[in-house]
Design a protein around this ligand. Structure first.
Ligand SMILES: [Zn+2]
Ligand SMILES: [Zn+2]
Length: 160
């Protein structure tokens, strides 16, 4: 009777050991697979993928952690998006719209602007008659000879 209970306990122990062992093994292979798949997304180099696969298995569970530290920061897709983004930024720099730094705050603004949208500094105004851009110091419009008077140089204040 007691012998039977002992045998049951022993086999129960074996079963749980096998279960735990199997669980750990599955987890081990799964982490290695995760590392390998992640490496393929981040690098097209076969050598790097093999190294990642090796790290995924050895040392167990610690290898994947090491991999997380050394892996490329961006996936290939992210890298592609990043390059495209940089390219589009460069394209903007080549844009035909002329720009210049704001004389007051230094931010890049379009050359046609008469007021800096960032710091509200006004450096030109429009002729009330022909709507062309005038320097602040001009008292008369050189395009249509409209008398525009002197406007005080300074910041634009919100009106109405
Ligand atoms: Zn400004
Ligand atoms: Zn004018």
């Amino acid at each position: 009777m007691i012998r039977g209970v002992l045998a049951d306990t022993a086999s129960l122990l074996v079963i749980s050991l096998v279960a735990v062992g199997g669980y750990v093994a599955v987890l081990w292979v799964a982490t290695a697979y995760f590392v390998w798949r992640d490496a393929r997304r981040r690098s097209s180099s076969i050598a790097f993928q093999l190294l990642a696969l090796l790290l995924g298995f050895i040392p167990p569970f610690l290898g994947p952690l090491i991999y997380l530290v050394i892996r490329p920061p961006r996936t290939l897709d992210e890298e592609r998006a990043f390059v495209l983004e940089e390219q589009s930024l460069l394209d903007i720099d080549d844009d035909p719209i002329a720009s210049r730094p704001c004389p007051s705050c230094g931010k890049e603004i379009e050359i046609e602007f008469i007021v800096c949208p960032y710091c509200r500094t006004q450096f030109a105004r429009r002729c009330s008659a022909c709507d062309r851009v005038l320097r602040l110091g001009w008292a008369v419009c050189p395009y249509c000879s409209e008398e525009v008077g002197h406007a005080p140089l300074g910041r634009v204040t919100r009106t109405g």
